[in-house]
Design a protein around this ligand. Structure first.
Ligand SMILES: [Zn+2]
Length: 324
């Protein structure tokens, strides 16, 4: 379903959202490209029939559900494709996506459409931050790292396409473990997002947020989402420390206990390894804070709590470092 947010600025709300921005001379800028080209082609059809031309695809980050359609769109319509560096390399080398999750050539269960874009696509690096003129529009690139290493938001005319820089409470309900690669960066990005002036926010998943008359105030739905995301990060950090009170655990055992606390089970490499990577992001954060450390015994490596560190959790400490 295509919703017009401002004249010439639309977004498609589906399993994964994307934006359609019209330039002044008949160009179209697509912001993200869907899990595959199916939904973008449906969204673009009425504009193409009116004589518009797909001039550019701008990705917020290079997870397959946001760039999977880029290669086919590029083959059919020839747009310039941009993504934040260094993630743009994934567009050209799709195998890097599951490899980044697994740390080696992945098993077949991880070389699936949800994690690996179906085909390589030539791509260029976006500027890291600031204005980016493309296809007759001026976009502002807003760094929002944390969910992915170089995630950005794209601001245009009072609308901010946030990609997966923020997750709505309804998404948190479906995903008790958010995929993050760097916890402190994600928390800092939430602060940056909340301070933005744009009144309309399009997240990567779920309906857009209308911040109303008082962006940043108590009634701002973005504030509600940001606080829910902060709470989630704090909770996972606290749960990890709580579980480790009983003694050191391997990452697999720790994930097993964490899943039990969250009422979660696994039946695929995709769900298991996405959570495994997220758990590692939290452990790295806790280790940087000195709350956990590796413990080696013979050939075994386990995580242990470091004595004397209060169990407030990574989220609490990092959130305190970034007061809202
Ligand atoms: Zn993502």
């Amino acid at each position: 379903m295509l919703t017009e947010l401002k004249p010439g600025i639309f977004y498609w709300q589906g399993g994964v959202n994307f934006g359609v921005v019209l330039g002044e001379s008949g160009e179209i800028i697509l912001i993200d490209a869907g899990l595959d080209a199916g939904a973008p082609r449906k969204a673009l059809r009425p504009f193409l029939e009116q004589g518009y031309r797909l001039a550019a695809v701008v990705a917020t980050h290079c997870h397959a559900d946001h760039i999977g359609g880029a290669a086919e769109l590029h083959r059919r319509h020839g747009p310039a494709v941009y993504a934040p560096a260094p993630e743009h390399v994934i567009l050209e080398h799709p195998d890097l996506a599951p490899m980044a999750i697994y740390g080696a050539s992945p098993p077949p269960g991880l070389s699936v459409k949800f994690l690996r874009p179906p085909a390589p696509c030539p791509a260029m690096a976006l500027p890291r931050e600031g204005l980016f003129e493309v296809a007759g529009r001026s976009l502002e690139i807003v760094p929002l790292p944390g969910h992915s290493p170089a995630q950005v938001g794209i601001a245009v005319d009072g609308v901010l396409f946030a990609g997966d820089g923020v997750f709505l409470p309804e998404v948190l309900e479906r995903h008790p473990v958010l995929f993050l690669v760097r916890v402190d960066a994600f928390l800092a990005s939430l602060e940056r997002l909340l301070a933005r002036p744009e009144g309309l926010i399009v997240p990567g998943h779920g309906p857009h947020l209308d911040r109303g008359a008082d962006p940043g105030g108590d009634g701002d739905p973005l504030r509600v989402a940001v606080e829910a995301d902060r709470g989630h990060v704090r909770r996972i950090g606290s749960l990890i420390l709580d579980i480790l009170v009983d003694g050191p655990l391997s990452e697999d055992d720790l994930q097993d206990r964490l899943a039990a606390r969250l009422g979660k089970t696994y039946d695929s490499d995709v769900s298991y390894y996405l959570d495994h990577a997220a758990l590692r992001a939290h452990l790295s954060e806790l280790a940087r804070q000195g709350a956990v450390a590796p413990a080696y015994a013979g050939s075994r490596r386990r995580w242990q709590r470091v004595a004397g560190v209060p169990g407030a959790g990574a989220g609490a400490a990092a959130a305190a470092a970034h007061p809202g």
